[in-house]
Design a protein around this ligand. Sequence first.
Ligand SMILES: [Zn+2]
Length: 134
Amino acid sequence: MDDKARPLPTPTSVSRRYWDSVNAEALTIPRCRDCGAVHFYPHALCVSCMSPNLDYIPVSGNGTVYTYTVIRSPQPAFRGMEPYVVANVELDEGVRMMANVITDDPDSVGIGTRVRLVYQPVTPDQKMPQFEKA
Ligand SMILES: [Zn+2]
């Protein structure tokens, strides 16, 4: 892989449903039909009870920054985007996901900042789930 090319997802049989929901701008996450556990990222089996019976539920898109960092010296594929925020966001549904918080003012983001999901096109065929301050 060209180290200057932005890495893109390569959906698998397990993750394709998730990436399709991202590209449809209607993010869904797995929920176990047997124990009710909600989890992220997509797995073939429930991470709580190992059941293969998973549904995908829509998310509200609302969350809170659990922790974060500001990237000021990025890897080659992300040069030109700096400074930017990479955050571990806890969705209101209770799972955490890593994403960027898109902002012109990275120093305005902190632990506890409320955010909302947005879909950022990275190619004509691929979007990425990102966040903006709510
Ligand atoms: Zn389960």
